[in-house]
Design a protein around this ligand. Structure first.
Ligand code: C2E
Ligand code: MG
Ligand code: MG
Ligand code: MG
Length: 277
């Protein structure tokens, strides 16, 4: 399904696009060796409950290019998704997350929190994804309940029966599934009903203007309600102000993630902050 991604792109050409294209070609090339050259790492962004108790963290991939400097995942993930490279990157992030979860078993303050990883549609498309997940979890000996997979609505454009089947298999393993960037993509209530999501993650764009835009406010209120009616936890991402947080808590939103409470940070920093009881 992801093979269709390259179609319908613009065909006209101007000099600025040439520079853009050269950069993309260079980055796509360099991405192949970024992990082995030690240019990539993950950062952790904490997720809190309404009382600001730590529940877990989201793993976010970082890449520092030797000449271009820091490259946003918004730029390099789509490049990786054009090829099977996203599978390699995804496997690496999974390994990192499992390694952390194992190490944290001996740190009481971190022994029960979860880690979330972002998974691209292209990874789920891979027929061996579920089997490889089983093998990886077993090799690390971690409880699947401690790992959460964040999927975006883009998984819905793929072969639905296959995707639905795989997601149920992942859920049956004990992993929990989170619907990331909810409200921005292709999801319909039919999909949400069919798929075993345990969490809805409200997209940042609805949170931004929550205090000032009454439509956004009502939309968020509705999503929280919808999630709860369907037995799901509801997460707000991109929470930047106290007033946004207060509104979300009033609405009963279960999980708060955003710069207000914590930015993504290196693993060592995360352990320093949260590893002591
Ligand atoms: P996402 O999964 O929706 O992650 C949330 C993004 O919002 C992160 O951007 C995070 O740094 C940012 N963010 C968190 N709190 C705030 C806030 O209060 N304000 C603002 N303005 N931004 C906030 P980041 O790290 O740049 O990642 C961008 C996207 O790249 C992610 O969006 C995710 O879709 C993708 N991504 C990152 N790491 C991975 C990965 O390992 N695999 C895959 N497939 N995608 C990844
Ligand atoms: Mg995410
Ligand atoms: Mg998101
Ligand atoms: Mg996103």
């Amino acid at each position: 399904c992801a093979k269709d991604a390259g179609r319908n792109q613009r065909v006209s050409f101007d000099p600025s696009m040439r520079v853009e294209l050269e950069r993309a070609v260079q980055l796509e090339h360099d991405l192949r060796s970024a992990i082995e050259l030690g240019q990539m790492w993950i950062e952790l962004q904490p997720q809190f409950d309404q009382y600001q108790q730590l529940l877990g963290a989201e793993c976010l991939l970082r890449w520092r290019h030797p000449t271009y400097g820091m490259i946003s995942p918004f730029e390099f993930i789509p490049l990786a998704e054009k090829s099977l490279l996203i599978v390699t990157l995804g496997d690496w992030v999974l390994e990192e997350a499992c390694t952390l979860l194992t190490a944290w078993e001996s740190i009481p303050a971190l022994a029960n929190i979860h880690l979330s990883i972002n998974v691209s549609a292209r990874q789920i498309d891979n027929p061996s994804y579920v089997d490889e997940m089983v093998v990886t979890l077993a090799r690390h000996g971690i409880a699947p309940q401690r790992l959460q997979l964040e999927l975006t609505e883009s998984v819905f454009v793929c072969d639905m029966p296959t995707t639905v089947g795989r997601m149920h298999q992942l859920n049956a393993l004990g992993l929990s599934l989170s619907l990331d960037d909810f409200g921005t993509g292709f999801s319909s209530l039919t999909y949400i009903k069919q798929l075993p999501f345990s969490e809805l993650k409200i997209d940042r764009s609805f949170i931004n203007d929550l205090e000032h835009d009454v439509m956004d406010y009502r939309m968020v209120e509705f999503i929280v309600h919808l999630g709860h009616e369907l037995g799901m936890r509801v997460v707000a991402e991109g929470v930047e102000t106290r007033s946004q947080m207060d509104h979300l808590v009033t609405m009963g939103c279960d999980v708060i993630q955003g710069y207000l409470l914590a930015k993504p940070m290196p693993v060592t920093e995360f352990i320093k902050r949260h590893g002591v009881s």
